[in-house]
Design a protein around this ligand. Structure first.
Ligand SMILES: NC(=O)c1ccc[n+]([C@@H]2O[C@H](COP(=O)([O-])OP(=O)(O)OC[C@H]3O[C@@H](n4cnc5c(N)ncnc54)[C@H](O)[C@@H]3O)[C@@H](O)[C@H]2O)c1
Length: 336
């Protein structure tokens, strides 16, 4: 049995706990949150007996093989480093770190401890996205030369995650990060990015619209566009739509999980897991898939696809996008 401890019993951790319950050979044996009320409610809901409001104390006491860090970004570095010191494998929520320097330090800490470090970068693990990736990797559209990766919605994300309205960075750091990671999964790393941002919603501090143009190392170009100010009818939250042109054909992942490959349409709708809710079910399923991937990689001693090391390139795109938007110029990733 692989034993885990989860830190941060907030909005999203509930999904992670549901998913852990359904992974064979894994048990979450300890829970931590500095908010005692959230901690006891979550422990009761999931029948977890061991609880602590102090992460350092829980890690020092040990008794588990891995730590699932489900807190918001500001706490990640201290918690990842403490987990590495305690000799645990780590899965850590996105955004991985507030700065690239923090992210590099976390990767180094887990490397030095000889432990697996994976970022819970789950969007590329959504099964409709995986179906599209499989088609591209099988060469069904030849060599991709253009991609559009699009997430546009008017969904009120601030209701469940009020902290998102307060930070001076919003959509690129929170949501764009997922879509940039998807662009990397399809087209490889980017060498250059140009971004524009806007704030449409006057009640939030950060930007809620971002449009990014990426030049990928393999020669492909992509557009990553994100908006939480788009009044779509019908609403498409939380679907990421794709359009990829290759040398021998095109692929589109359209609204309603319709995957078009060279004119043939396939329904790639994700299942609604027993604990999931529509329309979140595609996100919920991806949580189960990414956590299974983490377990498989730890067992095999293999590096996860969305490892801490891999995520450095996604974080670099986030930093470069903000720099580009602030300075009104194209930014080379090599210059960061
Ligand atoms: N991957 C996804 O699809 C997805 C979706 C939503 C949120 N998230 C990410 O999940 C993370 C958590 O988001 P959330 O909305 O659940 O936040 P939240 O504020 O609802 O929950 C975070 C919890 O962590 C606790 N916490 C913070 N620092 C702590 C510490 N040092 N020790 C112990 N407990 C601590 C807080 O008390 C809180 O209960 C964020 O980084 C967010 O970006 C990811």
């Amino acid at each position: 049995m692989m034993k885990g401890a989860l830190i941060g019993c907030g909005f999203f951790a509930q999904n992670q706990l549901h998913a852990w319950r359904n992974i064979d050979g894994v048990e979450i044996v300890a829970l931590c949150d500095r908010d005692a009320g959230r901690l006891s409610d979550t422990a009761a809901a999931f029948g977890i007996l061991r609880t602590d409001t102090d992460a350092e104390a829980m890690l020092a006491a040990g008794g588990f093989d891995f730590v699932d860090i489900a807190t918001t970004v500001g706490s990640h570095r201290a918690l990842v480093e403490a987990a590495a010191r305690a000799g645990c494998h780590v899965i850590c929520q996105k955004p991985f770190a507030p700065t690239l320097a923090d992210a590099r330090a976390m990767v180094a800490a887990c490397n030095a401890a000889g432990k697996t470090l994976m970022v819970h970068e789950n969007f590329r693990w959504q099964s409709p996205i995986q179906a599209a990736l499989a088609a591209v990797r099988a060469g069904e559209i030849g060599v991709p030369f253009f991609g559009r990766f699009s997430f546009r919605s008017g969904h009120d994300v601030f209701a469940g995650q009020p902290y998102l309205a307060e930070d001076k960075r919003f959509i690129i750091a929170d949501l764009g990060i997922h879509v940039l990671d998807i662009a990397r999964a399809f087209l490889g790393d980017a060498e250059r990015i140009t971004a524009t941002t806007r704030r449409i919603n006057p009640r939030i501090r950060g930007e809620d619209v971002a449009t990014m143009l990426l030049s990928h190392a393999g020669g492909a170009t992509s557009v990553v566009d994100c908006s939480y100010a788009t009044r779509r009818v019908p609403e498409t939250f939380p679907q990421t739509l794709l359009e990829i042109d290759g040398t021998t054909g095109t692929l589109r992942l359209d609204v309603g999980y319709a995957l078009h490959v060279k004119g043939v349409v396939r329904d790639v709708s994700p299942p609604v897991l027993p604990w999931a809710q529509v329309p979140w079910h595609t996100i919920h399923e991806s949580v189960a898939i990414i956590q299974q991937h983490f377990v498989d990689c730890v067992r095999a001693g293999a590096e996860p696809q969305t490892s801490g090391r891999d995520n450095l390139a996604t974080l670099a795109l986030v930093e470069a996008a903000y720099l580009s938007a602030a300075e009104g110029r194209s930014v080379a990733l090599a210059d960061l």
